[in-house]
Write a protein that binds this ligand. Sequence first.
Ligand code: SAH
Length: 474
Amino acid sequence: MDFLPIFVNIRQQPCLVVGGGEVAARKVSLLFKAGAVVTVVAPGLSHELADMLRAGDIKHLAREFADDDIRQPVLVIAATDNRAVNQQVSALAKARGIPVNVVDDPELCSFIMPSIVDRSPLQIAISTGGASPVLARMIRTKLEGCIPAGYGRLAGFVDKFRDKVKARFSNVNQRRMFWESVLEGSVAERVFTGHEDEATAQLDQAIIAGDAKGQFKGEVYLVGAGPGDPDLLTFRALRLMQAADVVVYDRLVSPAIMELVRRDAELIYVGKERDRHTMQQENINQLLVRLAQEGKRVLRLKGGDPFIFGRGGEEIETLAENGVVFQVVPGITAAAGCAAYSGIPLTHRDYSQACVFVTGHLKDGSIDLNWKVLAQPNQTVVFYMGLHGAPDLCKNMISHGMPPSTPVALVQKGTTPEHRTIIATLDTLVETVNTHNLKPPTLIIVGEVVKLHEKLDWFDPHASQGKAVKVGRW
Ligand code: SAH
């Protein structure tokens, strides 16, 4: 983190803006919105600033900047088109320990101005640390589009109930769950549609009952986290990741995704490496039940899709047997993610009319699959957990009729910053696994479609994913 994002209270505080042009005007109006007492020092003023002066919103010193101007302000912004002046302002402010911003000149700044989504009292500040203000603005535009204007009203509305709710629930967990139900439930909808009276009545009632949506009970969200790239999460996955009290996750969930779970959520790692189960499946099932029965919102986060070789079915069976409320959120399974990022269409009119997902690792360690069905032309076979059984896999595919020259793709850590695609054929697969020292998680894609990789490969993990996050177990 290069900068600490904070929100500063400048209400009734003196702030100085050096420069009287349009750029300065934008900064002045922000400071004014935040309640500051703004003085502009500049020989002349833009129309906008002149209007503000007439309206009594700002003070004006109609002259060049002088050193003494930096005596009492709590914040200084330099927005002149003269770098020497900006430099002088910056140096003086820094010497006096006054935060200073020089527009479009990060070197001279002690603080930078973010792009802002303003739904006061709700505010979102976006920054690229000065690297690309345009990118920050683009992100802001996206957020503006997807955050309903009503959220500001909602924040203002619930503020009035904070003390009441605090008095009603001494338990922090209960209080948070109450607010979450309110903010996601019908009270919020009432506020959005302008029925604040009804919202007030509903919320008052909920406070008396101590409950905003039936009874507060723990629940489990079985969520697919996709193959690794956080951009592949669903909106719902992200929302629940940020709502959970406790996160039960395993090895396949990438560190970049773990970064997105609620900061103060309890994290429980339950492992699951081949032959090295940190926690037995049965214990995981029981753990989920116990946590939910303690009244927690439990996020069971799994790599890929929870229902594809994820044992998600077993976990929710136990929940159902114990009457625990749950929901399942699908994720992008490794086959879809790896194939897309490696430029290998899983089906293609010319090469493959079917696609089969199989596991290369059975309960007892063997791979006893229906090879006759798998070794067919015009289909793509995707092996999950196939690395260990690769010799068996090749031998059986070939002995059941697949040409030894059938192309195979090995995709390791697909969609992550360490994404690797290695191409082989059925008869060179084992040797390739060894020479490239391939490790799980690796997906094996067998079929003619693999040929398309050469032409359609597009993903450069280094260019598109930035720095690898150095936490977790990958
Ligand atoms: N539920 C998961 C699969 C779990 S089985 C899903 O839907 O994707 C674990 C196997 O999935 C691994 O052994 C590997 O074969 C494959 N896998 C999962 N994530 C992967 C990734 N990012 N890159 C390559 N293979 C992956």
